[in-house]
Design a protein around this ligand. Structure first.
Ligand code: SF4
Length: 269
């Protein structure tokens, strides 16, 4: 993981989100706010101090986020949240400006995508990766047809939190760069059955799509036995299962072309 973490950055331009589907029940944004005793409701979306992080420079004028990084974008909200419509345009501009970075966001609101993209989106920005999150079969059947129809250069499917068996075989083709799966974290959460994970892996292997078991979640059922896994071990335990398929160094799927254009430090637009 130390190797993996070295290429990743976090950018949370806003914080707070509203729950829209079963996977939101134990949302980590709400859990974190509660843990830190936040006085503002987690459903209230507000801009953060890091809003313009991608275009921030240090004292020596170099970018605070160096070229070539994968920037996990808006993980303390949903990038396509309606409450953030007024700010998203600036974020697209920053992504355009920093085309030497990869911006990667996950969304449960893929049905809002078409109305959220900028006028020059075209076939998609080369440096923007979109993960469509699905947590059960019903959400997969609703979101994945929409996702498949959209002009996005880099698409992945995020099955998290996995709260039921999922069959997405019919959606898996070369337009999907990877599938990632994880159980649910938190207290008294819904269990993830390891057999569901293995079945999903089989679907990916059959379609030759990279598959990543990201984390076990807090309750994993394996061979009929329930395991309670503390948060700090959930990633390590998934890694130990050693079931990833076509996932390369730094957790980059083999299908992804991660060659970024060289962009000079002085590039502003
Ligand atoms: S969409 Fe994501 S961030 Fe928003 S409430 Fe649901 S789980 Fe939380």
């Amino acid at each position: 993981m130390s190797n993996a973490s070295s290429i990743y950055e976090n950018w949370n331009p806003w914080h707070g989100c509203t729950k829209i589907s079963p996977g939101c029940k134990f949302c980590y944004v709400y859990r974190q706010d509660e843990m830190y005793g936040s006085e503002i409701s987690s459903s209230e979306c507000r801009k953060t101090a890091a809003f313009d992080l991608p275009i921030k420079r240090g004292r020596d004028k170099s970018w605070k986020i160096p070229s070539g990084r994968v920037v996990f974008t808006c993980f303390s909200s949903d990038f396509l949240l309606k409450d953030a419509d007024q700010w998203r345009g600036e974020c697209w501009s920053m992504m355009r400006q920093r085309r030497d970075l990869w911006f990667y966001f996950f969304t449960k609101r893929i049905d809002r995508f078409a109305e959220c993209v900028p006028d020059d989106w075209g076939d998609g920005y080369e440096n923007v990766l979109v993960g469509c999150t699905v947590e059960n079969q019903m959400m997969a059947e609703y979101r994945l047809p929409i996702f498949k129809s959209l002009p996005i250069k880099h698409k992945s499917i995020i099955v998290s939190p996995m709260i039921s068996h999922i069959d997405i075989a019919k959606y898996l083709d070369s337009s999907i760069e990877s599938v990632s799966v994880g159980g649910e974290s938190g207290q008294n959460v819904r269990p993830c059955d390891y057999q569901w994970v293995m079945d999903l892996r089989e679907q990916c292997v059959a379609a030759d799509i990279p598959f990543h078991f990201q984390q076990t979640g807090a309750i994993l059922i394996k061979d009929g036995k329930e395991y309670r896994i503390p948060r700090k071990f959930q990633h390590a335990q998934a890694h130990k299962a050693n079931i990833d398929y076509r996932i390369g160094e730094s957790l980059i799927p083999e299908t992804a072309n991660y060659d970024l254009p060289a962009v000079g430090e002085n590039l502003l637009f």
